[in-house]
Design a protein around this ligand. Structure first.
Ligand SMILES: *Cc1c(COP(=O)(O)O)cnc(C)c1O
Length: 372
């Protein structure tokens, strides 16, 4: 019997294995210090991550979702307000808007990048619009310049959901600092993952940074004195220690992701698949490599039979989710997002994927279309 090559959709084990001595030492030190909630490792990571993003400030959180929630609070978005965002994203993007009692106003995406289409935003602006919340989906930066332009013209703030885009660049500069605030996630499956839950906000505004620190810690600057209603959204000390180790490797991991994407481009060029392409202004962090085809479900099943993992991010756009039924959107409201949801398929892409595995995935995709 021949050996069957398996390619998991995502395998976190090789990265952890290769970093075990360093991560073990960092965790051991955090344990010795008993710095479990925030503490010196989180402070150090915040400084390093701010430098990585070329931001003045980074504030550690216990998840990307809570970082986004606090971003909305920092901009004083609340009941009666509207925030424009994409229907084609992970639901945590719009949770931030819903958590503060505001209304997500969805705007369709660009077919080429899957990102919020700047050309459609203006029509959705109302007197109640407070902010624009675009997502750098799959690690590909969205077209920020026209959004910033609209923001200036209508007095709207821009918050970047950079949860999938660590190290991606727009016009040569890292994402996260174009808007007033940028939110990152360190969920284990993201481009840089904690050993648990974690997230961060970045900003160049010292007042927003200070208030973010207060809000994540029960609304208090001085312990047991609470200036406003706050949250327990602190980053754990152990996660700060782990992320401090991982940050040193992030640039190399991104470079490897870019290499794998290049390889897929070459190998899949003459298949009927629509391949992801970088826009002229963008260097993607390649969080996901997402191809499109009408027979997506069949292809996914076929790959599964060949022991190759793939995934659908995301099968149902947010405007059609049950939780948002009260917003009154209908099937057909955002045809580009709906079509993307029915056609997209994510192939395995992570730094530890071997060249042989990439070749194997591509050859099986080809044989699906060849019928061989
Ligand atoms: C993962 C993710 C989030 C939420 O981050 P968590 O750390 O899982 O809370 C928000 N937005 C997008 C686009 C994401 O992919």
């Amino acid at each position: 019997m021949t050996n069957v090559m398996t390619v998991p959709y995502l395998d976190l084990r090789p990265q952890i294995r290769s970093l075990r001595p360093e991560i073990d030492a960092a965790i051991a030190q955090a344990l010795d210090n008993c710095s479990f909630c925030l503490g010196p490792d989180v402070v150090k990571f915040e400084q390093d991550f701010a430098r990585f993003c070329q931001a003045e400030h980074a504030i550690g959180f216990n998840s990307g979702t809570s970082a986004l929630h606090v971003a909305m609070l920092l901009l004083n978005v609340g009941r009666g307000d509207e925030v424009i965002t994409t229907p084609f994203t992970f639901v945590a993007t719009s949770w931030a808007i819903s958590y503060v009692g505001a209304k997500p106003v969805f705007v369709d995406i660009e077919d080429a990048t899957f990102n919020l289409d700047p050309a459609r935003i203006e029509r959705a602006i109302s007197p109640r619009t407070k902010a624009i919340l675009p997502v750098h989906l799959y690690g590909h930066p969205c077209d920020l310049e026209p959004m910033l332009e609209l923001g200036k013209r209508y007095g709207l703030k821009l918050v970047e959901d950079a949860a999938q885009a660590h190290g991606a660049t727009y016009q040569g500069r890292g994402v996260g600092t174009f808007g007033t605030l940028g939110a990152f996630s360190f969920y284990p499956a993201k481009n840089m993952g904690a050993c648990g839950e974690a997230g961060a906000l970045v900003t160049n505004d010292p007042d927003l940074a200070a208030r973010a620190r207060t809000l994540r810690e029960h609304g208090s600057k001085v312990r047991y004195y609470h200036d406003e209603i706050g949250f327990n959204y602190r980053m754990e000390g152990i996660q700060g220690a782990v992320l401090g180790v991982k940050l040193k490797y992030l640039a190399a991991w991104t470079a490897r992701r870019r290499q794998i994407a290049e390889r897929y481009h070459e190998l899949l060029a003459d298949t009927p698949l629509q391949l992801p392409r970088e826009a002229g202004y963008a260097q993607s962090a390649w969080h996901l490599y997402v191809v499109r085809h009408a027979r997506r479900n069949e292809l996914k099943e076929y790959l599964e039979k060949q022991a190759i993992g793939s995934a659908i991010h995301y099968p149902l756009p947010l405007h059609l989710q049950k939780c948002y039924a009260s917003l009154g959107y209908q099937q057909g409201d955002f045809p580009i997002a709906e079509k993307a949801a029915s056609e997209c398929l994510c192939l395995p892409i992570y730094p530890e994927l071997t060249n042989e595995q990439v070749l194997h995935v591509a050859s099986k995709v080809k044989s699906f279309f060849d019928g061989s």
